[in-house]
Design a protein around this ligand. Structure first.
Ligand SMILES: Cc1ncc(COP(=O)(O)O)c(C=O)c1O
Length: 434
């Protein structure tokens, strides 16, 4: 008994010391307050939007930033290959006009029938970026393409299989059409397309049996190269594999048809490759003679990659703050969870309810705002939390950075174009259809 007391004392002492240490370590992990009001750029953008009378969530494109990106991208390509603009990622005709003018390209890549119908006018060279069901192709011809657009020369349908090629052959025969077709080749992405020389030969046989069909080139998309894990050598291997496959399919079609047999009207065949994530991997020494780029022009946050580090964000969502409660509170019944969150994390002290939300986007200004992990999200009035250092008041503006441009540009009605001082134009987006 005599011996036990000191033992118990020692144990208690140890427990107390342990708890104190855990407490101290825990306190050390406690998040410290961060965040700040808008920086001068977003102050200027806020002021411009307010002067313009922004009333509801608005998509904003910074024209100078976008043009700077276009210039940088052209510099990267350096006339070694042609540029093709990816319309699905830049889905607004006035926006496309500006970029076509700036980059001096009439080459466009399309992915949807409604966008094709809107775009197929005047001087342009259209390549489909995905195979269209034959019903969509038939619908395009039924819709009477505009008189200043000649599909026989300006439109390359993408064909991924012998079966689809046979469907296009039957359409061309049935309606006495001349159709340009471009073959999709699988260079490692495994999203369909030609995956063997045998398959390519089968398709060449169908092609040669129908003079109404003409092969204009190949399309090999390689987005996997920068998406697979960057284990030593793996991305380089994927890149060399894609390049070698492209070269071998291209030499087969060139041997079968010759350069002249494939050119559309005197020009070179279309050997299309790449996209925003990978266009920088091409130096023009391979057979690929044109690169597709869309998203990189606006640089949504999914494109914050090392290869695109010298491009700048040019697209934002702006939305008004509707409510700024004294402090972040969880709903009745579970209020204690909000109290605990506030006590633990200084960046959950303050809540801001915004107009709209739940977009494919993340808050970017003022800094230090984030969605709540506790309070459910909302497309109607999303709550954002912060330390309060943001100093937001009702009717101030919060900015988000979209993660992609493709879907987000279609969601907000007319796009506000920021020229550095003012909102100088509004650009209509394309209709939100698939
Ligand atoms: C065939 C093809 N080419 C290029 C691209 C690249 O588009 P972006 O430059 O917008 O990433 C895509 C994107 O999905 C694609 O499917």
């Amino acid at each position: 008994m005599k011996k036990m007391l000191p033992d118990m004392k020692r144990r208690r002492l140890l427990t107390a010391a342990g708890l104190t240490t855990i407490g101290a370590v825990g306190w050390g992990l406690k998040p410290s307050a961060d965040g700040a009001p808008h920086n001068p750029y977003f102050q200027r953008l806020s002021a411009a939007l307010k002067r313009h009378g922004m009333a509801t969530p608005t998509l904003v494109i910074d024209r100078q930033a976008m043009l700077a990106n276009a210039k940088t991208i052209l510099g990267h390509i350096d006339n070694r290959m042609q540029l093709r603009l990816v319309v699905k990622s830049l889905p607004s005709l006035p926006l496309l006009d500006v970029l076509r003018h700036q980059t001096k390209t009439d080459r466009l890549m399309l992915f949807s029938l409604p966008q094709l119908q809107k775009t197929a006018h005047g001087k342009c060279d259209i390549l489909l970026g995905k195979p269209m069901p034959i019903a969509a192709a038939a619908e395009f011809y039924r819709g009477n393409p505009s008189s200043d657009f000649v599909p026989d020369k300006q439109l390359q349908w993408l064909i991924d299989s012998p079966e689809r090629l046979a469907q296009y052959r039957d359409l061309a025969r049935g309606q006495n059409l001349q159709c340009l077709v471009n073959f999709e080749i699988d260079v490692g992405l495994h999203r369909g397309g030609i995956n063997s020389q045998r398959m390519l030969q089968d398709m060449l046989a169908i092609l040669k049996s129908e003079p109404r069909l003409r092969l204009s080139g190949l399309m090999g998309y390689d987005a996997h190269i920068t998406k697979i894990p960057n284990l030593p050598g793996l991305q380089t291997q994927a890149r060399e594999h894609a390049r070698a496959l492209y070269a071998s399919y291209a030499s087969t079609v060139l041997a079968a048809l010759g350069n002249d047999g494939m050119s559309k009207y005197g020009g070179a065949p279309t050997f299309n490759a790449a996209g925003s994530p990978t266009y920088r991997l091409y130096d023009g020494k391979g057979i690929e003679n044109e690169l597709s780029v869309g998203s990189a022009m606006l640089k949504a946050s999914d494109f914050d990659t090392p290869l695109l580090a010298d491009l700048v964000p040019a697209v934002f969502i702006a939305t008004p703050v509707l409510k700024t409660p004294e402090q972040f509170m969880m709903p009745f019944g579970v209020e204690w969870t909000g109290n605990a969150a506030r006590m633990w994390d200084a960046n959950q002290r303050k809540s801001y309810f915004i107009y709209g939300g739940n977009w494919l986007a993340d808050p970017c200004s003022p800094s230090g705002l984030h969605p709540s992990g506790l309070y459910g999200t909302s497309s109607n009035q999303q709550v954002l939390l912060g330390s309060g250092a943001q100093q937001l008041r009702v009717d101030d503006i919060v900015f988000f950075r979209p993660r992609q441009s493709e879907a987000v540009l279609l969601q907000f009605g007319d796009i506000a174009v920021f020229d550095g001082e003012n909102i100088s134009e509004m650009w209509a987006p394309m209709p939100a259809t698939a």
